[in-house]
Design a protein around this ligand. Structure first.
Ligand SMILES: Cc1cc2nc3c(=O)[nH]c(=O)nc-3n(C[C@H](O)[C@H](O)[C@H](O)COP(=O)(O)OP(=O)(O)OC[C@H]3O[C@@H](n4cnc5c(N)ncnc54)[C@H](O)[C@@H]3O)c2cc1C
Length: 254
């Protein structure tokens, strides 16, 4: 379940990084991001960011790459397995289900999309918990995809991925999927007055095609500014935000 960008195994000597595939590389120095910025404000020269230790940092432009905070369904055993046997994204975690049984835990309208998609990766039990309105067309589509509908609410998740329903029935799965709601992890976009985009999945910072927010000089990228959470998308949009920010510095507001 690691993100396939770079996985560090250990750091030895003064600055030699060993990756999990055994490759080593010496560096002149290693920096890790341990700085938390609880606030920011606009100034005549640009922006001033407050650091957690009380110091400030200033810049003419600002790029927000601060991710989102997920709110998980309140089911005993779910949070402990989040990112391991419980996840949200079929494209990230569907393959690992190895075509075995998959549970999709419904949280509300739209959860049927997860069940429809995941039927590509295994046999899906769609645990609607009685919370997902399904019309005849969607029921027919789910039946065509051999998705089993179960309305009994989920009581708990145990072992690796075993679901127990409130009627006592239990079943082990290869993977469990559910939807979260999310919002920007940092309040900075809101503090600066950036427009926020909302849909049933949650909130993200609204950006244009060059990652510019509604506040001139502020750019946003990664999960904080997209409903499609993926490492590669975050990295790509981060590069775009950097380019747009630099062009803004060189050519001014366009
Ligand atoms: C359970 C789970 C599994 C996933 N699996 C996959 C997968 O297999 N493949 C894949 O491609 N994607 C996966 N994703 C999605 C992927 O993790 C994200 O798309 C990606 O991490 C987004 O990168 P980001 O830099 O935008 O945000 P993040 O990775 O969230 O990084 C944001 C950083 O900003 C920091 N931060 C927040 N607020 C502040 C502040 N005020 N001051 C300073 N720092 C701050 C945070 O601490 C964090 O370190 C998964 C996501 C989840 C939740």
């Amino acid at each position: 379940m690691d993100h396939d960008v770079i996985v560090i195994g250990e750091i030895s000597d003064r600055a030699t990084v060993t990756l999990t595939d055994g490759a080593t590389k010496p560096y002149n120095g290693i920096f890790t991001a341990t700085t938390f910025a609880p606030a920011a404000r606009a100034t005549p020269a640009g922006f001033e960011v407050t650091i957690h230790d009380g110091t400030t940092a200033t810049g003419a432009k600002l790029i927000l790459a601060t991710g989102v905070r997920d709110t998980l369904p309140d089911i005993p055993g779910l949070a402990e397995r989040w990112g391991d046997s419980v996840a949200a994204c079929p494209y990230c975690h569907g393959y690992e289900c190895d075509k075995g049984p998959i549970a999709v835990i419904g949280t509300g309208p739209g959860s049927e999309h997860q069940a429809q998609l995941l039927s590509e990766w295994g046999q899906v039990d769609f645990l609607t918990q009685g919370r997902v309105p399904l019309d005849d067309a969607i029921r027919a589509d789910l039946a065509r995809r051999r998705v089993t509908l179960i309305d009994t609410p989920v009581a708990e998740i145990s072992d690796r991925a075993t679901v127990t329903l409130t009627d006592g029935a239990t079943k082990p799965y290869n993977g469990i999927f559910t939807a979260t709601t999310f919002a920007p992890a940092s309040p900075i976009a809101m503090l600066l007055g950036c427009e926020i985009e909302e849909n049933p999945m949650g909130q993200v910072i609204k950006v244009d095609g060059m990652q510019a927010t509604s506040v001139p000089g502020v750019f946003a990228c990664g999960d904080a500014a997209t409903f499609m959470a993926s490492v590669s998308i975050a990295v790509g949009k981060g590069a775009l935000a950097g380019i747009a920010c630099h062009r803004d510095l060189v050519f001014g507001q366009t």
